[in-house]
Write a protein that binds this ligand. Structure first.
Ligand SMILES: Cc1ncc(COP(=O)(O)O)c(C=O)c1O
Length: 419
């Protein structure tokens, strides 16, 4: 150990460091991993899993890797990242061939890195955001925000009126952070009409929309349909907006840290300046970001056959998630679990709340080894044909045994939900 001589009064340069508690969801995963039981079920980890509970390498990604292995080198990619990757991601995520709207883009360290870059850019620009609006409950990767109630624990549905009324008086130059689809943690998304209404509020209040598009393709199996909220704002309402793409989930490239920040700006001249700022920010953050994931994605996006194979993979994943949802619902209903479970099949995407009290969640964890967050947020990907009946049966059993079965006082915000 280093003995220190920095000053007489301090022992370390880092005495002032605060202790930050580990993220609850990582603690839960560690508990799950440590516990040895063939029956254990992990509903607390938000990564896609196959029917055997294993990570899934998409067939389109496998193919792309095979093709790449013949020509791979390990040179630095340019600061803005691979030109082809940027072009293909922009093409792929904008509706029209013209790419109307999207003016700037930059490869990022997955979705988190895109959000971080967007935050740096907004902070560096003249109109420093007055407020950043964030749904409650919402992910913990964004902090220091004004929150609005997004979810109604009674109806187990989206609380659209509180969303509208939070944004209607928003000061100009505010930012709203939105999930493009498959809202994490609630699994509740606004309808098409509600999205249009929101876009018109953002336009009226001059609110900048920052889309967290981490799960495009997981709702419907189709990236373009899942991007309809983005299209409503950028192409229909003609708003400036940012889109933080992640290829972690929809290409299963979790560890490759591949994302992209797309920006729609109102004028071409602004776009040129903004792009140059993004490049400067990138330079000081990561300089050259990882190349391998970008090469995999680019090979898929640029080749019509591989792109089709990827679309088939998205259908495989989204269909599996939907089927497991429906099966859990079916088991709960047929076992006679007290209460209504319609919310389970109303939710979409990989996440959702079951609506169980913390005491039931604890019982499920301790007695039946079914792991989920304290607020009963679950990742449907943890369900498979081998465990879904077990999960349905023991949720029902715990609810029937418990005097106060369902959870009106659920504190959705207590547990972190981003895996
Ligand atoms: C809603 C949401 N946004 C962004 C992320 C960040 O993902 P990544 O940085 O792995 O792309 C996550 C991670 O799970 C998430 O759930």
């Amino acid at each position: 150990m280093v003995t220190k001589t920095i000053s007489q009064n301090t022992l370390s340069w880092f005495d002032e460091a605060r202790f930050i508690k580990p993220d609850a969801i990582f603690v839960l995963t560690a508990q799950y991993v440590t516990f040895k039981s063939p029956r254990k079920v992990n509903l607390g980890q938000g990564t896609y899993r196959d029917e055997n509970g294993n990570p899934w390498v998409l067939p389109s990604v496998r193919k792309s890797r095979e093709l790449l292995s013949q020509s791979l080198n390990h040179e630095y990619p340019p600061i803005v990242r691979l030109a082809d990757f940027r072009k293909e991601s922009r093409n792929h995520y904008t509706k029209k061939e013209t790419n109307e709207g999207i003016a700037c883009n930059l490869q990022s360290l997955s979705g988190t890195g895109a959000l971080h870059l967007a935050g740096l850019l907004l902070r560096a620009c003249k109109h420093f955001p007055r407020s950043i609006f964030l749904s409650q409950p919402g992910p913990t990767i964004i902090r220091c925000c004004e929150t609005f109630q997004y979810y109604n624990t009674e109806t187990k549905n989206l609380e659209i009126n509180s969303y509208y009324s939070a944004l209607k008086p928003a000061a100009p130059n505010s930012v709203v952070y939105i999930h493009a689809c498959g809202h994490n943690p609630t699994g509740c998304d606004p309808s098409k009409e509600q999205r249009q209404e929101l876009a018109s509020i953002f336009k009226e209040r001059e609110v900048f929309t920052l889309f967290d598009a981490a799960y495009l393709g997981f709702n419907s199996g189709n990236v373009d349909s899942d991007a309809s909220a983005i299209h409503s704002c950028i192409e229909e309402a003609k708003l400036e907006a940012g889109v933080c793409l992640s290829f972690a989930k929809n290409m299963g490239l979790y560890g490759e840290r591949l994302g992209c920040l797309l920006l729609a700006t109102s004028a071409e001249q602004t776009a040129v300046k903004t792009q140059s700022m993004l490049e400067m920010l990138q330079r000081s953050e990561v300089s050259n970001s990882p190349a391998y994931g970008a090469k995999i994605a680019n090979t898929i996006l640029a080749d019509p056959t591989l792109r089709q194979a990827w679309q088939d993979d998205l259908i495989t994943m989204s269909d599996r998630i939907r089927s497991r949802r429906e099966e859990l619902y079916g088991h709960l209903v047929s076992c006679g679990a007290p209460g209504s479970w319609e919310h389970l099949i109303r939710q979409s995407g990989i996440f959702g709340f079951l609506g169980l009290s913390p005491s039931i969640v604890l019982k499920l964890r301790e007695q039946y080894h079914i792991y989920m967050a304290d607020n009963s947020w679950i990742s449907i990907a943890g369900l498979n044909k081998g465990n879904v009946a077990y999960v349905g049966e023991f949720i029902t059993k715990c609810l029937k045994q418990n005097a106060s079965p369902r959870c009106p006082d659920m504190e959705a915000s207590e547990v972190s939900t981003v895996s």
